[in-house]
Each structure stands twice: as structure tokens, then as C-alpha cells.
Ligand binder design. Structure first.
Ligand code: ATP
Length: 326
């Protein structure tokens, strides 16, 4: 995944701890000498309170213009008609591949989640007595996510296709398509029922390498993988399409710790590293990840990892490491 050229980034800080961790990511990018041009875009709960809309149609213009987005987190407004801004961005920008790496000593998993279909396709009928959500699986959607997963698995060990095809007939199409793509890509693969995958992720996480799955299963398994790692605050993601890319920590706005200065900035910093990789600077991505691992090894961590350091202290340590090792 790469995009050469100018490094203009639409920065959506969002709500809760979103602005805190995005500030950290920008500071680390600066220390690494990333040279990005920031285009701030206000979207989220704060905007909803002021204007009644969390995101306007005009907000899409600078976002599309930049093609690249660094995203914090958004608090869901208390409005029954509210439609998720993040889901809208993923759909409108066709960010079909959600790539979520989970790594620590002895563990290195990449979860590839289909991001536009499945149970999040938005096809819903809600009545007083009955409510339906249509689980849309297409050959096209399954094929392109399988291709993305095989691209990653080709330079790693193996692909595991995660599904529930024994019960959900829609997943038979997903499984069949993924198997066809894996066969023709020549990657080693197997498949696993999602319930077995959820269990194995806890008791034998080292069993997995690249996992590919549908939208809801990917959403749930990634929080589980974050738990196996030790904190949601450690985990990053890239939402990729053919033209646009959005990078975000996998955690939400965490209102319970917002404003306390203790949010773990690592997920946002790792998301920024993935962004540099997309810009074609794999070496800078590697340097940032090395600085993060160094800070974790030194025990310079926030309270979610049983550390006693603040967001600021962790950010400074990572930024200083980058400056000193430049
Ligand atoms: P959303 O619905 O926006 O995803 P959520 O409440 O489901 O939000 P999070 O906001 O991610 O989920 O928070 C879940 C828990 O994890 C909270 O207790 C929160 O404090 C903790 N948490 C999330 N992100 C971080 C972080 N970066 N650092 C420390 N703790 C975090």
C-alpha cells in the first residue's frame, strides 16, 4: 500500500481522547521529520452540539481533496436519527479494507476486516414489532478484501479465513470467494469458524498470522485481539480504498478518561506510522514503530498498561527517541 506525492492530511481530532492522542501522533510525526501538511476538519459530537450535524456535506470536500485522513475518535451524539460518521466515511470513500496489526513479543497478527458490507451495510428495516438488518455479502466485496489479505499474507506466513459458513449461507459465498483468491494467489491458507477463532485468539494467539473476515466479526475480534495485547490503546488501523485512506487508533473516544491526560497515545502514533507507510515511506514507519517498542520495553506507559506515566510523558519519550536516533 503506498501513495507517493504531497503529504496533505485531513486531520479529524474528534471528541473525548481523540484530540489528545492525535496531538501526540502529530508531535511524533514532527519529530520523525514526516513533513506533512495538516488540514484540520471539525467533525463529531462537538460540531453536532453547535450545529445539529456531526458532519456536513461540505466537510467531505477537504477530505476528498487530501485523500488521506488521520482520525481520532468520535462520541456518538444522543440522537436516535444519528448515523455513524465513521461508517459514512468508510462507505462514501469506499474504504473497503480495514487493516489492523496486533503485535507484541511472540505475537504478530494482522486482521483484515471487510469494511463496507456484512451487517454494517446499512440495509435496515425497523418496525415496532420487527426489525431487520440485512447482511450483504457480495462476490466483488469478498474478492477485493481477499486480494488485499493475500497481498499481505504473501510476504508473511499464512492466511486464515474466518467465517460462520456452517450457519450463515451468506458466508458460504465469502468463504468460497476467499478460498478461490487464496488458491490463485498461491498463499498458504486455512479457514476457521468465528467462534473457534475467538477462542483460539485467547488461548493460542500465536497460531494466527493474517486473518481475513467480514465486517462485524472483524469488529469484535479486533477488540478481543486488543485485549490479548493488553490494551485497546495500543492498537492502530488503516482503512484503505483504491483512492482514499483513513488512519485511526481502534479505540473510541473513551469519555471516562478524557481530559485526564492519561490516554495511551500508542494506537494513534502507530496509526500515524501506518500512514507514512501509505505515503511510501516504509523506513519512517519502521523508525516510529521501533521508537514505540523501545518506550514500551522501558516501561514508559500509561495506566491502562499499569504504568504511571501521562500521555505527554509517553509522547515526549517516543519523540525524543526519534530525535536522538535520527
Ligand atoms: P466507542 O463506542 O466510541 O467505540 P467505547 O466506549 O466502546 O467507545 P472506548 O472509548 O474505546 O470504547 O473505551 C473502552 C475502554 O477502553 C474505556 O474504559 C476506555 O477508557 C479504555 N480505552 C480506550 N482507549 C484508550 C486509550 N487510548 N488509553 C487508555 N484507555 C483506553
Amino acid at each position: 500500500m503506498s501513495c507517493q506525492g504531497s503529504k496533505r492530511v485531513a486531520v479529524i481530532r474528534g471528541d473525548g481522547i481523540g484530540p489528545e492522542v492525535i496531538e501526540s501522533a502529530l508531535e511524533v510525526l514532527d519529530a520523525a521529520g514526516a513533513g506533512i501538511e495538516e488540514v484540520p476538519v471539525e467533525i463529531g459530537f462537538g460540531k453536532w452540539k453547535r450545529t445539529g450535524k456531526a458532519m456536513s456535506d461540505e466537510d467531505l470536500e477537504p477530505i476528498k481533496d487530501c485523500r488521506c485522513i488521520l482520525f481520532g475518535a468520535i462520541t456518538t451524539p444522543p440522537d436516535p436519527n444519528y448515523k455513524s460518521v465513521l461508517l459514512r466515511l468508510r462507505k462514501e470513500l469506499d474504504l473497503y479494507a480495514n487493516i489492523r496489526p496486533f503485535s507484541k513479543k511472540g505475537l504478530d497478527i494482522v486482521l483484515v476486516r471487510e469494511n463496507t458490507e456484512g451487517l454494517y451495510s446499512g440495509l435496515e428495516e425497523v418496525g415496532d414489532e420487527e426489525a431487520r438488518t440485512i447482511r450483504m455479502i457480495t462476490r466483488r466485496g469478498s474478492k477485493r478484501i481477499a486480494l488485499k489479505a493475500c497481498e499481505l499474507a504473501a510476504c508473511r506466513r499464512r492466511l486464515t479465513i474466518v467465517h460462520k459458513a456452517n450457519v450463515l449461507h451468506s458466508d458460504r459465498l465469502f468463504l468460497k470467494t476467499c478460498k478461490e483468491v487464496a488458491e490463485s494467489s498461491g498463499v498458504q491458507y486455512d479457514d476457521m469458524l468465528v467462534d473457534a477463532a475467538a477462542y483460539n485468539l485467547v488461548i493460542r494467539p500465536e497460531k494466527f498470522d493474517v486473518m481475513v473476515t467480514t465486517n462485524l466479526f472483524g469488529d469484535i475480534l479486533s477488540d478481543e485481539a486488543a485485549g490479548v495485547l493488553g490494551s485497546l490503546g495500543l492498537c492502530a488501523s488503516a482503512n484503505l480504498g483504491e483512492r482514499y485512506a483513513l488512519f485511526e487508533p481502534i479505540h473510541g473516544s473513551a469519555p471516562d478518561i478524557a481530559g485526564k491526560g492519561i490516554a495511551n497515545p500508542v494506537g494513534a502514533i502507530r496509526s500515524a506510522a501506518m500512514m507514512m507507510d501509505w505515503f511510501g515511506d516504509a523506513e519512517m514507519a519502521r523508525r516510529i514503530e521501533k521508537a514505540v517498542v523501545w518506550s514500551l520495553d522501558q516501561g514508559i506507559t500509561t495506566p491502562d498498561l499499569a504504568g504511571c506515566h501521562t500521555t505527554r510523558k509517553v509522547t515526549e519519550a517516543i519523540a525524543n527517541y526519534l530525535l536522538e536516533t535520527a
